[in-house]
Design a protein around this ligand. Structure first.
Ligand SMILES: Cc1cc2nc3c(=O)[nH]c(=O)nc-3n(C[C@H](O)[C@H](O)[C@H](O)COP(=O)(O)OP(=O)(O)OC[C@H]3O[C@@H](n4cnc5c(N)ncnc54)[C@H](O)[C@@H]3O)c2cc1C
Length: 223
């Protein structure tokens, strides 16, 4: 946990600096977190600038803990474009290619940094790396909705309403060991139901799409 806190603080400080850069894709918004069961997420509150405890019962949610905290929200396409340009400006080349195994890279390169995410299960033959399938929905953003809301419940799917610049992400599922990347209607219905209970305005929102969240560019078949 100490290592995670250290990473979290570094990340927070980095985004705190990035927010003042024009068009950085980083802005700060309120986030409301209801912990139905106790969890250790509150430990990050020790280094954020703005937060306050909330009485969940006043919001109609019986919970062990609840708080409102101001956190960075990243507009990923904007932020990544800027990062990519920084790397390109340092004369790096970008090559997109699927690599079957690390041995393919030697002796061509002296140093390889393996950041294949869940792909390391196959790429590095590492069975300790496994997927946690997360399906999300994308809906239109109701006027005036900026604050994100998260419901934490032990051993349960996470419920998340995350407004972005032009839409809202509704989450989600946490299905351990599930490689299936096809959208499931039963999951979409359950996500909409759970999110609508905590943020009623999204019930009227237009559904823009459902996807099994993964940063990997090419869909892979179910295993
Ligand atoms: C629903 C959901 C919501 C999330 N929301 C947030 C959030 O709000 N904030 C947050 O910080 N994190 C969030 N995360 C977590 C975040 O997405 C991951 O932690 C992050 O993407 C991991 O980054 P990574 O670079 O380690 O791996 P990845 O982003 O998975 O990148 C790995 C890359 O390696 C490539 N690759 C893999 N194998 C090969 C191969 N053999 N050859 C070539 N290329 C290969 C893949 O195509 C991919 O591009 C969320 C995750 C989920 C599922």
């Amino acid at each position: 946990m100490d290592r995670v806190l250290h990473w979290a603080k570094q990340t927070y400080d980095e985004y705190n600096q990035a927010r003042s850069i024009p068009n950085s894709g980083v802005r700060f918004e309120e986030h409301l977190r209801f912990c139905i069961d106790p969890d250790d997420s509150a430990s990050v509150l020790q280094f954020v600038d703005e937060w306050q405890r909330v009485d969940g019962a006043n919001c109609g949610v019986a919970c062990a803990d609840a708080y409102l905290v101001t956190l960075p929200v990243i507009d990923v396409p904007v932020f990544m474009t800027r990062l990519k340009k920084q790397v390109a400006d340092s004369l790096a080349d970008f090559v997109i290619r699927e690599i079957a195994s690390p041995t393919e890279l030697f002796p061509e390169f002296d140093l390889v940094v393996n950041c294949t995410g869940v792909g390391a299960h196959h790429f590095a033959d590492d069975s300790d790396v496994f997927p946690i399938r997360s399906q999300v929905l994308r809906v239109s953003r109701p006027a005036g909705l900026h604050r994100s809301t998260r419901i934490y419940r032990k051993d349960d799917d996470f419920t998340l309403v995350l407004p972005r610049t032009n839409d809202v992400i509704l989450g989600g599922t946490t299905q351990e060991g599930d490689w299936d990347r096809r959208v499931r209607q039963t999951d979409s219905t359950a996500i909409l139901q759970r999110c609508g209970e905590v943020v009623p305005e999204i019930r009227e929102a237009e559904i823009l799409g459902a996807f099994e969240y993964s940063p990997m560019s090419e869909p892979t078949s179910a295993e």
